[in-house]
Ligand binder design. Structure first.
Ligand code: 2HA
Ligand code: ZN
Length: 270
């Protein structure tokens, strides 16, 4: 059996959590990541029969039965992941229709997965329903996206159009736009269900006055998605209080659609 600390998925997870912390997106215990793993890659490093303990999840996610996840821990700081991965991260396998999770590695201080596990698992289910390649759900608190939810309408079309207008490549990176939830109590099955519903039509879901969720096929892609939206929000927060003299027009967005072979969300462009 190979050392799990050398597994590409572990190395990438630690680098990503560290990078997110360095971007200022994950103060204190803010943010969480879950990465779905294939059984065959887990088996190279761990005995799938060696269950350390079983942790109830408090929800059902039948489509994820038997699936493996590398996930950040509740109350844990992204800042610390690189120094003590085995305390701050865990590898679990879901069973009993998702109602229980077998811990195979990590959370060595007796901890467990993120408080946002419902939103993560329900979002994985929703994304896999529209994209069989989806592997990652990522949540964090980027300052400019958060700031924008205080001063911009939360209408999804308007929110998306504003982000698209802030950087030329936004529409290319997230042509389906961003979905937006109003303020809701975090850590609950209710916000999990609402997030998953929004994940059916976009890989980015803003949690107003809280943060953002991203989903994608790998950690790099998902990080890049949030990074691009956050950059756009940063530009918006720099210019929102100034007279707008120029913008990217819908006609120019259509040129981008043609040039990059993407299709903007139906009805979002004139
Ligand atoms: O504490 O970000 O949404 C982790 C969170 C909760
Ligand atoms: Zn949060």
């Amino acid at each position: 059996m190979k050392d799990v600390m050398t597994a590409p998925f572990m190395v990438e997870m630690i680098r990503t959590a560290t990078n997110m912390y360095d971007h200022g997106w994950d103060e204190r215990n803010g943010g969480n990541i879950s990465l779905m793993l294939e059984e065959k890659e887990v088996k190279e490093y761990l005995d799938p029969g060696a269950v350390l303990r079983t942790i109830p999840t408090g929800f059902e996610a039948p489509a994820l039965e038997g699936k493996y996840f590398l996930v950040t821990g509740t109350g844990k700081y992204f800042k610390n992941v690189q120094y003590a991965p085995e305390v701050n991260l865990g590898i679990v396998r879901l069973r009993d229709n998702g109602q229980n999770a077998d811990l195979l590695w990590g959370f060595t201080d007796g901890g467990k997965f993120t408080s946002e596990f419902p939103a993560h698992m329900m979002s994985h289910e929703a994304r896999l329903g529209v994209d069989a390649e989806n592997r990652v759900v990522m949540h964090c608190h980027p300052a400019n996206l958060l700031a924008m939810t205080y001063v911009h309408t939360l209408d999804e079309k308007e929110f998306t159009r504003t982000l698209w207008q802030m950087c030329t490549e936004c529409i290319v990176v997230f042509p389906e736009g961003v979905n937006v939830l109003p303020w809701m109590l975090c850590g609950t099955n209710e916000i999990g269900e609402a997030t998953a519903e929004k994940m059916k039509t976009a890989r980015l879901v803003v949690w107003s006055q809280h943060g953002i969720y991203g989903a994608g096929k790998d950690l790099d892609e998902t990080f890049g998605l949030i990074e691009t939206a956050e950059k756009a929000a940063e530009i918006y927060m720099k210019i929102a209080h100034l007279p707008r003299v120029n913008t990217i027009t819908d006609e120019q967005m259509h040129q981008l659609e043609k040039r990059f072979g993407i299709k903007a969300r139906e009805g979002y462009l004139d």
